[in-house]
Design a protein around this ligand. Structure first.
Ligand code: NAD
Ligand code: SER
Length: 317
């Protein structure tokens, strides 16, 4: 087996995905890469890599005998609206670099799309796999472009590239990096630290979500599925649960009765309003057996357990 290279490995998903890949395959089987050199070495197998630098990616693939890439480097939806040129350069040109290196070395590739690929013309409830893709954001535009670049690489050059349209992801290891669903993580930190929380979305804003252990398992299951079971070469719809901002606040208030949440919607409200409220992921369930494990209560309890230990604060009794 060759080495697994992960781009954007120090972000929200990469932190958990690398840990699970190393648990399964061994520490030295996984090469982490991200923008900046590590501050103080450590035992991590790590190389700095800007995905806009195709030559360096190619050299790392050769040196480390890479056979699989999880390409996570990206700007997210909110940052993408503030820096659209960089979002296009990193998300689209970066993906083209990775696809070209994958083609020339025969690599297997995972690349994530997002619910942001959908837009106002998409049915908001149970958004179908083949629903119209009409994003209103630069981030969503890069995701739709990316989906078609992946399918093109599969059809034209037989690159084995697989993809999931992740919903908003909730995790405790690393904070999210500039997305519209970040509130669903920030709200846990506020509740555990005894603060109030000001949510940047309206209380009734309902979005599809998933707990990180489910997302990591889905990602690895997709990559381990038999190629003949993969019928979607753009990106699979995938979901676990949907909740509104006031529903997650209520779930936390059950555990922290004094917890207060205010709502001050900002520019991210329009982004959230253009996304699905719930997603139909039957194709993923049928093709490769996708099944989420965490519902809202189980996720909230698990997040509180882990964050209480991380922040060294008492859990609610
Ligand atoms: P993140 O922002 O937490 O991490 C992204 C990482 O990419 C960061 O560590 C950043 O340093 C790195 N990066 C940025 N520019 C780079 C460049 N030019 N070269 C190399 N690295 C660079 O993002 P995440 O939440 O881990 O998301 C990973 C992927 O999953 C992205 O494609 C994102 O669009 C997708 N996704 C995430 C979510 C979510 O809720 N987290 C939902 C849907 C899709
Ligand atoms: N969670 C991501 C974001 O908000 C969705 O792709 O940008």
């Amino acid at each position: 087996m060759g080495t697994i290279l992960v781009t954007g490995a120090r972000g929200q998903i990469g932190s958990d995905l690398v840990a699970e890949l190393r648990r399964r395959h061994g520490h030295d089987a996984v090469l982490e890469t991200d923008l900046h050199p590590l501050p103080n070495g450590g035992r991590a197998l790590y190389e700095p890599l800007d995905v806009q630098d195709r030559d360096r990616l190619d050299a790392l693939v050769r040196t480390h005998q890479v056979d699989t890439v999880y390409h996570l480097a990206s700007l997210l939806s909110a940052t993408g609206e503030q820096k659209p040129d960089i979002a296009w350069a990193v998300n689209v040109e970066g993906l083209r670099n990775v696809l070209e290196v994958a083609r020339s070395h025969g690599l297997r590739l995972f690349w994530p799309s997002s619910i942001a690929a959908f837009g106002p013309a998409t049915p908001r409830e149970d958004t179908p796999q083949e629903g119209p893709l009409d994003p209103i954001t630069m981030y969503g535009t890069t995701k739709v472009t990316g989906e078609y670049l992946c399918r093109y690489a599969f059809l034209k050059d037989a690159v084995d590239v697989r993809s999931l349209r992740y919903p908003g992801l909730i995790s405790h290891a690393t904070k999210p990096g500039g997305g519209t669903t970040d509130y669903a993580v920030e709200i846990f930190y506020a509740a555990l630290e005894g603060d109030s929380y000001t949510c940047f979305l309206r209380p009734d804003t309902r979005l599809p979500m998933m707990y990180m252990p489910d997302a990591v398992r889905a990602t690895i299951d997709l990559m381990e599925a038999d190629a003949e079971d993969i019928s979607v070469r753009t990106s699979y719809n995938i979901t676990a649960l949907s909740f509104s901002a006031e529903e997650i606040a209520a779930a936390l208030r059950k555990r922290f009765p004094a917890f207060e949440v205010r709502y001050e919607p900002d520019f991210r409200q329009a982004i959230a309003d253009s996304w699905p409220a719930s997603v139909d992921d039957n194709q993923a369930r049928t093709d490769w057996g996708w099944q989420p494990a965490f519902d809202l209560d189980r996720m909230v309890d698990d997040m509180i357990d882990h964050l209480a230990a991380k922040l060294k604060v008492a859990e609610p009794s």
